[in-house]
Design a protein around this ligand. Structure first.
Ligand SMILES: Nc1nc2c(ncn2[C@@H]2O[C@H](COP(=O)(O)OP(=O)(O)O)[C@@H](O)[C@H]2O)c(=O)[nH]1
Ligand SMILES: [Mg+2]
Length: 291
């Protein structure tokens, strides 16, 4: 299970290890909203990585559900990877997580993974490592770049040494547990995060509402982007529909590549005030509504 503050690179790491995008990534915090499994097979070992939403001090209902989801299951996991952005160091969010982890029993396996080492000088990295090893909660410390793959082989070797023996939990060809309808909605949401400025993406949720597999092998998908206010709807649509067109084009192109069939994607934008208080948007992502 991979946990950490928002934006430290958790989803990037999972995608790198799986070898394809199973969890969406953006430079904005809180891109990941629920748990996502990424599955990797090397040698004889099926490794199930659990990507989680970043842990921070939650305000909205959705934020609380996200943070709750991130901590949930840490007890059952064979190993916890705490990911830290080595450039940012130990900020209040990471410190909060460390304080929580200190309450775990000493037998728990926790690895510290310092990510984004491509952005930081060696001496600074060593200082950070020293500081963090004093917490005495980590069995091992790794330095990686989830972006370019540095250090990930070593990390995987160590993980493979200690995961328990047992039957594989998923079929050999499976790389995630996310239904395709939801993955398609996630890809569109990623484009919203990449293209819309500032806070607007946090006010959006995407649902796949129609999914039709045609005789010619192509898929016809209808998705609705819900926003909270009329003014946000205009921004998502853009001048003359330019923005929504470009979001649709990028989402369709990427998703079509992933499923390896032609995709016809139709996007609609609707105002749904306080969608964050509607349980519908929680249950299909495994999020708890009341936490
Ligand atoms: N330079 C650099 N950027 C990274 C690295 N890992 C992730 N990022 C970037 O950090 C941002 C947040 O990554 P993401 O995986 O969404 O973080 P998450 O919120 O922890 O899942 C994205 O813009 C990534 O491209 C890394 O190793 N090096
Ligand atoms: Mg993420």
């Amino acid at each position: 299970m991979i946990i950490g503050a928002p934006n430290v690179g958790k989803s990037t790491l999972v995608n790198y290890v799986v070898g394809t995008k199973v969890s969406i990534v953006s430079p904005k915090v809180q891109t990941t909203r629920s748990k996502v499994l990424g599955i990797n097979i090397s040698d004889n070992c099926q490794l199930i990585l659990v990507d989680t939403p970043g842990i921070f001090a939650p305000k909205r209902r959705l934020d609380r559900a996200m943070v709750h989801s991130a901590w949930g299951g840490t007890e059952d996991s064979d190993l916890i990877l705490l990911l830290v952005d080595s450039k940012r160091g130990v900020d209040s969010e990471t410190q909060g997580i460390i304080n929580n982890l200190k309450q775990f029993d000493k037998e728990r396996k926790i690895f510290l993974v310092l990510n984004k080492v491509d952005l930081i000088q060696k001496d600074k990295l060593l200082n950070l490592t020293e500081k963090l090893s004093k917490t005495e909660i980590f069995k091992k410390i790794f330095m990686i770049s989830a972006k370019n793959g540095d250090g990930i082989d070593d990390l995987l070797d160590e993980i493979n040494l200690l995961i328990p023996e047992g039957p594989w939990l998923f079929p050999e060809d499976q790389i995630s547990d996310m239904p395709l309808r939801l993955l398609a909605a996630e890809i569109t949401r990623e484009k919203l995060y990449l293209k819309l400025h500032q806070e607007l993406p946090y006010s959006t949720v995407v649902e796949t509402e129609e999914w039709q597999e045609k005789k010619d092998g192509s898929i016809r998908i209808e998705q609705t982007i819900f926003v909270e206010r009329e003014s946000q709807r205009s921004i998502v649509l853009g001048k003359g529909g330019k923005m929504i067109k470009s979001i649709g084009l990028e989402s369709r192109t990427e998703f079509s590549k992933m499923v390896e069939v032609p995709v016809h994607l139709f996007l609609f934008v609707k105002v749904r005030e306080k969608w964050g208080d509607n349980p519908i948007h929680y249950s299909n992502r495994g999020l708890k509504f009341n936490v």
